[in-house]
Design a protein around this ligand. Structure first.
Ligand code: 13P
Length: 251
């Protein structure tokens, strides 16, 4: 069975609640395409207003982060129940910005992934190498390690429903998109790694996105690759361009 493409926006720390409503309303008609899964991952405070604005459309609202404990004295954190109660079905886990600025590690990523599955939330699990790592020729080794730790104790049935986002750090917010060959090479290696951990059926079911300066211009070729099942889009997800990315087939 062919994998359905999943095209997700990562709004990062942008958009106030009222701006979020305006953006959802602006993008609604532009992203109306049922052939792909369309997800807007928004700041926690925007989740409920964005959810209301997106009601009755194909847009699904996701979160950008989640904590791995159920509840309690974790000032400033968002629990899985808070997300599910608001109707959230997707959560980005382990984005490189969270790893860099908020000390997330492969181990905390694994805890969050397990907790998301426990609550029926689909994790969009991020991995990616730095420019130095790419230049040192250790990209694939590095990504395989990130994937193996992220999926510790995750069952095959859970893994089949997961989304992995391959985001080379040097391509994020830089306008420097990975070449199609680079992106496809790593996404294929990720799928092979999932095949080694689990089996062929799991490897074929899991969806792998590319992220890093995806634009309306680069999306069609990237998303046509055998192992790239969509994108995780930062800057361009805040603009009408996101509609073109979602409708990349019409380009
Ligand atoms: P840009 O698309 O702005 O490069 O961001 C990519 C990203 O980090 C998505 O999670």
């Amino acid at each position: 069975m062919a994998r359905k493409k999943i095209i997700a926006g990562n709004w990062k720390m942008n958009m106030t609640p009222s701006e979020a409503v305006a953006l959802v309303n602006e993008l609604k008609p532009l992203v109306a395409n049922d052939e792909v899964d369309v997800v807007f991952c928004v700041p926690a405070i925007d989740i409920i207003p964005a959810m209301e604005a997106a009601e009755g459309t194909n847009i699904q609202i996701g979160a950008e982060n989640m904590y791995y404990e159920e509840k309690g004295a974790y000032t400033g954190e968002i629990s899985p129940n808070m997300l599910t109660d608001a109707g959230v079905k997707y959560v980005i886990i382990g984005h490189s910005e969270r790893r860099e600025y908020f000390a997330e590690t492969d181990e905390t990523v694994n805890k969050k992934v397990l907790k998301a599955f426990e609550h029926g939330i689909t994790p969009i699990i991020c991995c990616g190498e730095s420019l130095t790592q790419r230049e040192q020729g250790i990209t694939i080794d590095w990504i395989r390690q990130q994937i193996k730790i992220a999926f510790l104790n995750v069952t095959a049935d859970q893994a089949k429903t997961a989304v992995i986002a391959y985001e080379p750090i040097w391509a994020i917010g830089t306008g420097k998109v990975a070449t199609t060959e680079q992106a496809e090479e790593v996404c294929a290696a990720i799928r092979a790694c999932i095949g080694e951990i689990y089996d062929q059926a799991t490897a074929e079911a899991i969806r792998i996105q590319y992220g890093g300066s995806v634009s309306a211009a680069s999306a069609p070729e990237l998303f046509a690759q055998a192992n790239i099942d969509g994108g995780l889009v930062g800057g361009a997800s805040l603009k009408p361009d996101f509609g073109k990315i979602v409708n990349y087939k019409q380009a």
